[in-house]
Structures are given as C-alpha cells and as structure tokens.
Design a protein around this ligand. Structure first.
Ligand code: PLP
Length: 441
C-alpha cells in the first residue's frame, strides 16, 4: 500500500537507497547500471562528492530566498558560467526548476518579445513532428509526440508541425545530406508563408531529438538552413536542449556542433545532473534588450526559480565537467559505445539503425531491416526491453511510437559522462543480452 501517486500506479517499484558512481543500489542490495541517466539526467552518476558538498554548503548558508527579494551568489555565478560559454549572444539566463518550465518560459518570452516590439499578431509556433518539449500544456501543445498529446488535444493551443530531420526513414535514396536539408528547410519556409510570416512567432526544435524518436541528430547543414529561413521571415528560433544539451553530445551546447545560435535556448536535465531540480532559459541580447526597453518586466515567474541550492549544485556539476575534461570523455566513450554496438548488433535482424552523438545514442528496432517495417506495436517490445534490461541490472530508456507516435520502437542510451571504457563495454554486454533475450536472432 502506498500513498504516493506514482507514474504508473499498477507498477511496483523497488526502493532506490544509495547511489554509487554510475549505479543505483536498491533496498534488496541489487545494483542497477544507469545506462540512460534515468531520462538523460544523471550525467555525473549518483554519488559525486563535490556536487553533494556544494549543495550541503549552500544549505548551511541559505537554502532559499524568493527571487523577487534577493539574488544569490550561486545563481549569479552559474549564470556567468553559462553566459561565458553559450554560443553567440546568449547572455541572459533565467533559472527554472526543470525542462517543461524552461520551454514554457521560452514560449512566453518569444510571445512577449513580439508584443513589446509592436508585432502582436505574431502568435503561432511551428515545431516538428516526433518531438517532445515537456508535459505542461504549452510545451505539450507545441510538442509533436502524438500519444502524449492525444488525450489533451482539446486543451492544447494550436501549433503547426513540420517534418523531423529523420534520415533513416525520410532521406530519399540518392538524396545528399544537403539536398535533404534543403527540402526540410523549404518545408518550413512553405509553412511560414502559408500561415503568414507576420503571424508566426517562433520555430521550436530539439537540437538532437531525444525520447520521442531516439537520438535523432540533424544532418549537416540542416540547422543552419533552418536558421536562415527563420531570419528571412523574422521568426525566432528556439532550440530545446533540455535532453541533448549540457555536454550530452560532447559539446556543452549541442548546437555548437552545428554552428547555429538560437534566439532562445532551453536547458535542464544535465545542467544539475539530477542532484537538484533545475532548468534554465537563455535569451539573446536582442530579446533581453527588447524587454528592458519595453515594459522592463518579463511577465512570468515561479516560486522556486533561481533556487540557491539548485544553482549551487548545478554550478558544481558544471565545474566538475570542465575540470575533469568530461566533454572529451563523452566524445571518446560515445565513439566507443557506437563502435561496440555496431560490432555486436549490426548482424541482428531487428536492429535497423544505431545513431546519435556523444553519449546520446539511439537504437531503432524493426521487424525487417530491408523494408524497415516496424515491429507490431501491440507487442510493446520497448516495454519488454525495459523490463528485461532492469532484470539484468541495466537501466535503459526505450520508447514506442518512434516513427509516428504509434509505430516503431527504439532504445535510448544516455550513460553518465564519467563512464570508463570498461563501463561502456559492460553496458553493451548487458544490452546485447537483453535484446537477444527479447528478440532472439
Ligand atoms: N524537452 C525535452 C527535449 C525533453 O526531453 C524533456 C523531458 O524529457 C522536456 C523538455 C521536459 O523536461 P521535464 O521533464 O524536466 O519537465
């Protein structure tokens, strides 16, 4: 009997009692290797001493002071750290408590920017199918994850969706990356023209799609072409790096690798690595200045925004990543992970695609590799894989609906940045055992 209203109340969960590096230990003593960082969160594993110490120290000084009365050194230092490293003129950091809040704030800031700059008709958001931007109503409205949206459709404001950049399924035979990117950029351009550019506020995209489609990285040039389309029409570009950002791809900001700077960037998850709940929206000089020169007030806010112990924890996380050279480790271990997965699974009849960047890796499963026919959705293979992996002491993040919200299965891996080469090999070994048990060759 529990009084906790769990995510899936019919499911009985083990109790997590201790973190130990990349593992979580349950009350019965069983160890689980966290190969997904939960949901791409725990980038420093579960027992980082410097982060824990920084939070304790902040608590000893002051845990929380409402941000309408005070700022804190931790928030100021973390904002300095992020602004110094964020691409372009992304210099203004608005702290929140998670990813959905960061996306909601981004949408509202985009809208307020246009209200304050005399373009109040700009109200429409365009996003992509097979995307996820959060579960609050605004974020869900722009998201393209059909099964998550369906029951709530009557409550969602209207958003428009264009194609995801999904080379495995949508790049045509003989079509180069550049031609494919051109085609997708044209689709966005057409959508903006159809809606009337003067009505469109922003285009929202995950730099690398995470949970919904399994580490879908854009082809080279795609984001630059998208940026150009947005600029041509005065439409803002909001990039959601809640999952793909803060080092997950081997770059602190995933869009650095694409050479693109959005107008507004949403981050969370790896920012605080799960030690405290924290997210952030980072706005460009132009957007920030428009608010300063206009009303001088961003009409938003939450009770816990800029929470001092969350900021202190996140700052310690970011210092650890930098001081320990973990971005280089993410790139190297990511190469190793993909290479070992290819070696072990390329011959598997149900493994259609292995993809991703850094330690952000997706494996798409199919019924037939040649036709790319999906597995029967009724089998819920993704759910069986998650359960079987857990039995093997491995945490992975599989999902169904990869292709269109109903069809398709994938596994998402997002292991901690502190993984050693041996850790990666062990993860691959356990994963292959799991896949072979659920989908025998
Ligand atoms: N955006 C992306 C890309 C995400 O992956 C997620 C969560 O998985 C969110 C937003 C929502 O973040 P949160 O669950 O912290 O509200």
């Amino acid at each position: 009997m529990t009084h906790v209203f769990h995510r899936s109340p019919k499911q009985t969960l083990p109790y997590a009692v201790k973190g130990d590096g990349i593992a979580i230990i349950a009350s019965d003593g069983k160890r689980y290797i966290d190969a997904s960082g939960g949901a791409a969160v725990s980038c420093l594993g579960h027992s980082h001493p410097a982060v824990i110490q920084a939070i304790k120290q902040q608590l000893d000084n002051i845990a929380y002071a409402h941000t309408s009365f005070f700022t804190s050194q931790a928030a100021e230092d973390l904002a300095d750290f992020l602004a110094e490293r964020a691409p372009g003129d992304l210099n203004h950091v608005y702290f929140l408590s998670g990813g959905s809040e960061a996306v909601e704030a981004s949408l509202k800031l985009a809208r307020q920017y246009f209200v304050e700059t005399g373009q109040p008709e700009r109200r429409i958001f365009i996003a992509r199918r097979q995307s996820y931007h959060g579960n609050t109503l605004g974020a869900l409205a722009i998201g393209g994850n059909e099964w998550r949206r369906k029951p709530f459709l009557p409550l969602l404001t209207q958003a428009h969706h264009v194609s995801a950049c999904y080379p495995y399924r949508d790049q045509q035979t003989g079509e180069s990356d550049e031609q494919y990117a051109d085609r997708l950029a044209q689709e966005l351009d057409d959508a903006i023209r159809e809606l009337g550019a003067h009505n469109v506020a922003a285009f929202v995209a995950e730099t690398v799609v995470g949970a919904t489609a399994g580490a879908l990285a854009p082809v080279g040039g795609y984001l630059q072409k998208i940026r150009a389309v947005c600029d041509r029409h005065g439409v803002l570009l909001i990039l959601d790096e809640v999952m793909s950002g803060m080092g997950r791809t081997g770059y602190l900001f995933a869009c650095e690798e694409d050479g693109v700077t959005p107008d507004i960037l949403a981050i969370a998850k790896g920012l605080g690595a799960g030690y405290q709940p924290i997210g952030a929206m980072i706005a460009s000089d132009r957007i920030y200045q428009a608010i300063l020169d206009g009303s001088g007030f961003f009409q938003h806010g939450h009770t816990y925004m800029g929470h001092a112990s969350a900021c202190a924890g996140a700052l310690a996380v970011q210092h650890a990543i930098e001081q320990d050279g973990l971005l280089a480790n993410v790139r190297e271990r990511g190469e190793q992970l993909r290479a070992e997965l290819h070696a072990a699974l390329d011959s598997h009849p149900n493994v259609g695609d292995i993809r991703g960047r850094g330690l952000f890796v997706g494996i798409e499963l199919v019924q037939d590799k040649t036709s790319k026919q999906v597995l029967d959705p009724a089998l819920k293979t993704h759910a069986t894989l998650k359960k079987k992996a857990f039995e093997h002491g491995l945490m992975i993040y599989p999902m169904g609906g990869t292709v269109d919200g109903v069809h398709g299965d994938h596994i998402l891996l997002a292991p901690p940045f502190i993984c050693t080469p041996q850790d990666i090999s062990r993860i691959v070994q356990l994963l292959v055992q799991t896949i072979d048990a659920v989908l025998p060759r």
